[in-house]
Design a protein around this ligand. Structure first.
Ligand code: ZN
Length: 328
């Protein structure tokens, strides 16, 4: 039995629970698995060693096996504060994203959104890892799992989309014959349909096909995908800007409430889904490679990192007191 099957069985109950609650999960289980599996294949030796050191024992060295963890725990009382960190809402029909304007939770607390969370957990890993002579304030196992998950989420276009329809969650449509909502189609249904149609129902075959495109069709694009301007370790703002553009140009287009989406929608949007999974994977790898690169020093990285984002509140200092050990 493959690792994925084991993970699937372990997760089945919680996944059914998640699917029964309308629309708040990120990429579905397969999407996050794919993003992290792709990332792991592009890690440097230093980053791979650090990731393996930080992963919970139950992961058995496989980052992909824990990448849906933040979706499974966000329903729990203890973790409910993380549930608004999976997405960012933008003003309706503007089709743009601005960190300072948009990154806040429903109560208006600044920095509490997916891009803020990516800054936060990157900063925790940079300052916490190798900080042997200071008190380690953060749970770096959780920081790694949150960062890996949220970099996946910010690449799902409808995680950066309109406020009033809750990222397509309130847009009820049919996916072929089945009633669902637009957000769920992008999280899960298109990936599942692709697996059935093209990949023998096997996520690992789909991942191999995406990886082949990374080294082949998209090979000239990779440096522009992974580079952050000004040398910062992570740059979720341009990634979020891309997502809202894809939401407007592809996800929302021809997906009015009550419509039936089938072949035409599926075949024209699937290339976007596969490219966003690829971009999420290679950018997660590039981010982890920069975080765990021994050069420059941690203090130089923190100096760089402190510049972002540019609005006044800077990155989060997320609820450190609420973070406890990983419990599986
Ligand atoms: Zn999520």
């Amino acid at each position: 039995m493959s690792h994925l099957e084991l993970w699937w069985i372990k997760s089945t109950c919680s996944i059914f629970l998640l699917l029964s609650i309308p629309g708040v999960i990120g990429w579905g289980k397969e999407g996050h698995y794919a993003t992290c599996k792709i990332a792991q294949s592009f890690l440097s030796e230093e980053a791979l060693n650090a990731v393996k050191e930080l992963l919970p024992e139950t992961a058995e060295g496989d980052l992909a096996s824990v990448c849906s963890w933040p979706d499974e725990i966000k329903w729990m009382h203890k973790w409910h504060w993380t549930s608004e960190l999976h997405y960012v809402d933008t003003p309706d029909f503007r089709c743009n994203y601005d960190y300072c304007r948009d990154c806040h939770d429903s109560s208006g607390v600044k920095d509490r959104c997916v891009t803020g969370a990516i800054y936060n957990y990157t900063e925790q890993l940079i300052t916490g890892y190798n900080a042997s002579n200071s008190v380690v304030k953060y749970n770096l196992t959780e920081a790694l799992m949150f960062l890996s998950h949220y970099i996946g989420d910010v690449h799902q276009p409808l995680h950066v989309s309109f406020t009033s329809d809750e990222g397509g969650n309130t847009i009820i449509v049919r996916w072929y014959k089945r009633k669902t909502n637009l957000h769920h189609i992008w999280d899960t249904d298109m990936i599942e349909s692709a697996m059935k149609t093209f990949y023998d129902k096997d996520i690992d075959i789909m991942i191999s096909a995406i990886e082949k495109n990374i080294t082949d069709r998209w090979s000239n694009d990779i440096s522009s995908w992974v580079n952050c301007t000004s040398g910062e370790e992570v740059c979720p703002d341009p990634w979020a800007s891309e997502s809202i553009k894809y939401s407007c140009n592809y996800a929302y287009r021809n997906a009015t409430p009550g419509s039936t989406l089938g072949d035409e929608y599926f075949y024209s949007r699937l290339p976007i889904v596969e490219m966003r999974l690829a971009q999420g994977g290679v950018r997660l790898a590039a981010t982890l490679n920069r975080i765990f690169d021994p050069y420059p020093s941690v203090s130089q990285k923190v100096a760089y990192f402190g510049k972002y984002p540019t609005c006044a509140t800077h990155y989060l200092k997320l609820d450190v007191s609420q973070q406890t050990s990983f419990v599986n």
